[in-house]
Design a protein around this ligand. Sequence first.
Ligand SMILES: Cc1cc2nc3c(=O)[nH]c(=O)nc-3n(C[C@H](O)[C@H](O)[C@H](O)COP(=O)(O)OP(=O)(O)OC[C@H]3O[C@@H](n4cnc5c(N)ncnc54)[C@H](O)[C@@H]3O)c2cc1C
Length: 510
Amino acid sequence: MAAYVDELRAALGERVRTEDFERFAYGADWSPRTPKEVFPPDVVILPRETEDVRKAVEIALRHGVPVTAGGGLTGMAGGAVPIHGGIYIDATSMNRIIEVDAANQTVRAQGGATMQEILDALEPHGLWIPNLPESKWSCTVASEIACDNDSTFGMRWGKILNALLSVEVVTGRAEVVEFGHRKAHFSSSGYKVKDLFAGSEGTLGVITAATLKAEPVADGRSVDMILFPSMTRAVGYLDRLLKAGLAIDGAHINCKRRLRFYTHAYKEKHGHEPEVPDWAEALLAIILSGDRKVLDFNKKYAFKIASEMGGQPVKERDIVESWWISKHTLAFEPYKQKWPKSQTDKKFGACDPGVPMGRLEEFYRAFVATAEKHQLQILGMNAYLEHPNSIGFSCSCALFVNYRDQGEVDRFRRYFEELSRIAVDMGGTMSTYMGDTDLRVPYLEYEHGSAVAYFRELKKVFDPKGIMNPGKKLRWEGEGKCGAGAAGAGSVGGGAPAPGGDGAAGGGGR
Ligand SMILES: Cc1cc2nc3c(=O)[nH]c(=O)nc-3n(C[C@H](O)[C@H](O)[C@H](O)COP(=O)(O)OP(=O)(O)OC[C@H]3O[C@@H](n4cnc5c(N)ncnc54)[C@H](O)[C@@H]3O)c2cc1C
């Protein structure tokens, strides 16, 4: 047993786990990967307090051991998979709600609290957090920040930065630092370093607590679907609603195929898929909220504009309910709800680019063509609007991938890279909710060019020895040194070799 493991035990006692069955559960997330590509950590720790995390990082720093923090492991691109072994911090054991300040409409929680646990704590105060992924029952607040997730309600409240007041972090220097303000809702003082943690993917430090701005719960909410002959028309419609002054909580444009991902409840009830007219190429789901009178007025107004623009509201409420149940309301049972029976041997595999307004339809065609080129089974595309009160797309371009077939998984990764590059060519971005992980490391410069050199310098400030989630987001010279004093893959019970086979940072072979 490596010396650092003994030190971890001395510091954290039984909250250090090294048995195979305790480690293997942490070797994969929801990303398509073959069983050969499961990378269990050498050691798992279950911290309760920030100080536990600090001690673990301090030991890791001294021994040059990689540290990967994770939450519910529902990430879709391998962000929390410890590809270089080392210490895995299961942050879900730190899930206390520290404070609800109802008067100031803020909530502070430990990093491992799930978004649903935070919602539950806010409910008695008539407050909620609207920055919510579908996976809110599993997704922790630290992961929500670390991935910069999409939200069901992004069109009004945006992404997590719109709510993030402060983060407490154990940096790669083994120091505990609070960035931001716990009580002030905004500030022009100091640098906005807290913002760097949105999308940081655990590469700058471990998020041990966060303070979020909460919002008052509205009296009413409506969820509707409107059919449009094209995605472009659906986008034009949303633009009209914004110009009319309507506040739209959420808007999601589904292609026809993608709707099927969300219709489990409908099929259970009716025994068949919902019927969608042939002419309808885009299904816009739209969420509004407010006092009853305001809501009724807004809804009527929204429908009036829809009919002027050739949109047709979906009358069959079961279709809408089925989408909403799967999207937001039911407990997180994704296999049960979403997986067609014929697909139990396949995994959901998505690519998450963002494209400029006006290019959605063109990008959809590129998605279909790229998937077909690589002979992958298309599930469909969904464009979430994620910029508050404006039009900004996050595209979830989804496939079913046979994770037992290395050839298919490799083809999926080529599709992932090509589609990422196409989005950049269109003036968009490679990622809107999954992050770069190790998958996009080899072509990060394609989007960011010379800015990547600055990313590296920033990383050094927080993580001078490159121990924090190495191989993710960046390839940089310091990383090769990480792991020099580590137990190394396999030394505590047989871990898997580093991806790419050469132990080099970045897993460049993908
Ligand atoms: C059915 C389903 C629906 C989903 N719906 C959505 C959706 O609507 N919107 C969306 O954006 N995503 C969605 N996702 C993707 C995924 O759930 C989110 O990306 C979520 O953030 C992952 O949370 P997690 O706790 O499972 O994170 P993990 O997979 O455990 O980790 C994700 C990343 O966060 C980092 N991290 C975790 N904890 C810490 C910490 N304490 N400090 C620093 N870094 C940390 C990890 O290192 C990793 O890089 C969905 C996934 C599934 C399976």
